[in-house]
Design a protein around this ligand. Sequence first.
Ligand code: S3P
Length: 424
Amino acid sequence: MEIKKQKNLRGELSVPGDKSISHRAVMFGSLADGTTRITNFLEGADCLSTISCFRKMGIHIEKTEKEILVHGNGLHGLSAPRETLDVGNSGTTTRLISGILAGQKFVSEITGDASIQSRPMKRIITPLQAMGADIISIKENGCAPLRISGKPLQAIHYNSPVASAQVKSCVLLAGLYADGVTSVTEPVLSRNHTELMLNCFGAKVESAGTTVSVYPDPVLRAAEINVPGDISSAAYFIAAGLLTPGSEILLKNVGTNPTRDGLLRVCRDMGADITLLNENTNGEPTADLLIRSGRLHGTTVGGEIIPSLIDEIPMIAVMAAFAEGTTIIKDAQELKVKESDRIQVVTDNLKRMGADIEATGDGMIIRGGRPLHGACIDSHLDHRIAMSFAVAGTVCEGPLTIKGGQCVDISYPGFYHDLYKLGN
Ligand code: S3P
């Protein structure tokens, strides 16, 4: 995939639906009684993997141009899959579905691509086993493929060592099948879409600070879910709009849940001009984002803000390389276990473009403001790396090529089309 410099970006864009929310809508709709209608569903490869897994467990899911209809079978209505559940590249599918499968009356196996087979699953195996689940890593390496033999589960209070919404959600979903109230405490609050959406389906979920509790055996009722635009996808256009001189763009209907909006706070710290319009605070909050280009300066990103922008750090690092001064990103060791080792991959690729960047154990130090040039970028088949460097390619001098650039389909089919649509 070859990317060329853009003069300026102008116009309006609606980014695709939120990936985290789309996954959950299919999962919870499958466990509910009745038909759940999902609009603005993200048809990225990851969310299609979730649909495919639930179809294999007997859930009838219809897909039309406008919406997804999930004909749920109730909390105890899944049937044993006849084949292995293939989650493709999706960590969210793997970890959330494991919590559900732990409480079923059947045996199932989960596998995925090479990236999934190297990502850590001990973080869900440990709490699920504490609940009495029978879950093993088949190759005994703490990774997928996983085999889960459903068992009656005991409620626990889990003190999670990581601020991970996937771990939290896995335990809460297993908690639906447990014998009492299950709770999870995280070191820092991670995205709370599971809590918000489970309540909307009729489950009883209570949050207090960084602790969330779920009551077992709820009757889940079908819901209407209108998925907001994904702020993690908007991130690429926020960055492109800020970095390309003479740009002014309006990103419509973007999810601005405070557990996800760290990028906006960091951009403002860097001196960005971002205005929120048409704010809607019912359920999952949304707004239109008006982005105007301007000079950015370095900042420090670390501590409690990290979970709220974890997927945006590759983009922040690229922005920091174009900004004046030094940016320090710390407390972000989780980046090493994403679809790729994002600390290493971002560092290597930015170096190829001429940036002054150093990888640290938990982040990066970027001395910005050097002139950056096109290069051959290796995406490592990580969608967020491909999109972050595509934006870099629209700003730097000379053509930039992305190896494996089509992996953007994981979370943003049509990404390159949208990038060029706004460009001049
Ligand atoms: C997600 C949670 C985050 C995020 C991922 C989606 C979710 O992962 O990086 O892209 O939908 O719950 P962790 O929970 O592992 O931090």
